[in-house]
Unconditional design. Structure first.
Length: 185
C-alpha cells in the first residue's frame, strides 16, 4: 500500500495495491499493522459507517468537539471529492483544507485524524461512502462548519457536475461560519 501525505501532513492518502485479471480484482483494503506504521502511531477503530448519496449531495463539514473521531474513508461505488479542514488552533495548518478524489475505480482511502472537519461532495450518479471511526458517534458533541465559508474558500468542484448549489441537509444549511465554529485547542 502506498501512502502519500497531503499538504496538511497528518492527512494521508492511501493507494492500495490492486491485483486484477479477467476475473476481476483483489485488494487488501485494511491492515492494522501496515496502517499504524504508515500513520506513525497506533490507531484503534471502533465503528464502521456506510452512507449512500446521489449526485450533487454535499455532506459536511462535520466533526465532534468532544470524543473527536479520526476517520479512514473510501468510496465503494461512484465518486466523491473528499475534504478535510484543520480545526486545531495550535496547528500551523489551522484553517487550511485538503481534498482528494475518491472513486470506486481508484480504491483510494483518506485518513483524516482527530481535530479535522470532514465533508464530501458526490460527483457521480450516486456514491456509496464507507468509513471507519476512532470514536463512537456522539450527537451532543457534533459540530459543523458552513460548507461555502469564504474564509475557507474550498473548491468543491461544483462545475464538474454542472451544479449551481449542492443538495444539503437542514443541519448543513444552518452551519456556522469557520470564524464562529467551535475549534480544537
Amino acid at each position: 500500500m502506498k501512502a502519500s501525505r497531503l499538504s496538511i501532513p497528518e492527512v494521508i492518502l492511501f493507494e492500495p495495491k490492486i491485483f486484477g485479471d479477467d476475473r476481476g480484482f483483489f485488494l487488501e483494503s485494511f491492515n492494522q499493522k501496515i496502517f499504524d506504521e504508515l500513520v506513525g502511531y497506533a490507531v484503534h477503530f471502533v465503528q464502521d459507517n456506510h452512507s449512500r448519496s446521489s449526485t450533487g449531495v454535499l455532506r459536511g463539514l462535520h466533526y465532534q468537539i468532544d470524543n473527536p473521531q479520526g476517520k479512514l474513508v473510501r468510496v465503494t461505488s461512484g465518486s466523491v471529492l473528499d475534504v478535510a479542514v484543520d480545526m486545531r488552533k495550535s496547528s500551523p495548518t489551522f484553517g487550511k483544507w485538503v481534498s482528494a478524489l475518491l472513486t470506486a475505480e481508484n480504491h483510494n482511502q483518506l485518513w483524516i485524524p482527530e481535530g479535522f472537519a470532514h465533508g464530501f461532495f458526490v460527483l457521480s450518479e450516486f456514491a456509496d461512502f464507507m468509513y471507519k471511526t476512532t470514536d463512537y458517534y456522539s450527537p451532543g458533541f457534533e459540530r459543523s462548519v458552513k460548507w461555502d465559508d469564504p474564509d475557507l474558500a474550498i473548491d468543491w468542484r461544483l462545475s464538474d457536475i454542472m451544479a449551481v448549489r449542492p443538495t444539503l441537509s437542514a443541519k448543513d444549511l444552518s452551519a456556522p461560519s469557520f470564524q464562529d465554529a467551535e475549534k480544537f485547542s
